[in-house]
Design a protein around this ligand. Structure first.
Ligand code: ADE
Ligand code: ZN
Length: 320
């Protein structure tokens, strides 16, 4: 049990599908996996960049077929997150990744939502669900899915933008984000993970996002850093993810200490913990070992996460 209470703000629920659960769900649903066995799958968790990870991530989703599958995956994450000290989680899901395989929107949304509904009582974790749109698919499709989510009154608090970043700038998604704004939804987007600082600026100026997922490449642009500091835009940084997807060479080379030093509003998250070698507590522990962060610095990172959440005021105050 890790006892640094925090909020997890950058987490893809499909990225919590552990290898063992992939095999269990495949057996339950009669899915023939293209792996010789568990170890063969684990041996493939060696990525060269974001796309090499995304290929495996989307492929493994084929085991998710029923509401129960989505609920079981979500419950497994919440149980593990509680042990990691997470007290509030804002969880992204990728509806298009399921729709394209013939899984209904209701199946994935209701499955995840049913586990989230019990989360506070069962695990002591308050939650919010965020529908993330795939930036390497047409923006018109994202808008259609958003309309369908609104029509079914899906229990989402906001929208996000993820998948292959380079060549898919935020500017293509203005209509989707404008519709979300009108609908009263919170808005976040991945930017500056593999893409240039300009994508961070576009996400802020054209999409009106309230948080940036990753944002590490902002450091290449001094004017952007100054703006992010002045506006205290939250950056949901994922150190182990950046190492595993080779955005940085090793954890020692990670810019998190520099980001803190510059006064950026950063917090620590796990992104796709089943694929990247660790949950939030693992990220904190490895940061502590690598950089010798003090208890105060770790507490600042944890407090930043709670302050940067979309949690309601009363619970935020209770967690701080
Ligand atoms: N989808 C799941 N994880 C992602 C990441 N780290 N970047 C972009 N899209 C993702
Ligand atoms: Zn992410």
């Amino acid at each position: 049990m890790f006892d640094l209470p925090s909020a997890e703000l950058h987490l893809h629920i499909e990225g919590t599908l552990e290898p063992e659960l992939i095999f269990d769900l495949a057996a339950r649903n009669g899915v023939d996996l293209p792996y010789a066995g568990l170890q063969d799958l684990k041996d493939r968790y060696e990525f060269t960049d974001l796309q090499s990870f995304l290929d495996l991530y989307y492929s493994n989703m084929q085991v998710l077929r029923t509401e129960a599958d989505f609920a079981d995956m979500t419950r497994a994450y919440l149980r593990r997150a509680a042990a990691a000290g997470v007290r509030h989680a804002e969880i992204m899901m990728d509806p298009q990744a399921h729709l394209v395989r013939g899984v209904a929107l209701e199946t994935c949304v209701n499955g995840v939502a049913s586990a989230l509904a019990d989360s506070e009582a069962e695990f002591g974790i308050s939650t919010g669900l965020i529908a993330a749109f795939l930036r390497d698919r047409p923006a018109e499709e994202a808008l259609e899915v958003l309309e369908a989510l609104l029509a079914m009154d899906a229990p989402i608090i906001g929208i996000g933008l993820d998948s292959a970043e380079v060549g898919h700038p935020p500017s293509g998604f203005t209509a989707v984000y404008e519709r979300a704004r009108q609908a009263g939804l919170r808005r976040i987007a991945h930017a500056g993970e593999e893409g240039p600082p300009e994508y961070v600026r576009e996400a802020l100026d054209l999409l009106g996002v309230e948080r940036i997922d990753h944002g590490i490449r902002c450091l290449e642009d001094d004017a952007l850093v100054r703006r992010l500091v002045v506006e205290q835009v939250p950056l949901t940084v994922c150190p182990l993810s950046n190492v595993r997807l080779r955005a940085v060479d090793t954890l020692k080379d990670h810019p998190l200490p520099a980001m803190l030093e510059r006064g950026l509003n950063v917090c620590v998250n796990s992104d796709d913990p089943a694929y990247f070698g660790g949950y939030v507590d693992d990220n904190f522990r490895q940061l502590e070992q690598t950089f010798g962060f003090s208890a105060d610095q770790l507490a600042t990172l944890a407090a930043n996460s709670i302050r940067s959440s979309f949690i309601d005021g009363g619970r935020r105050d209770a967690l701080l």
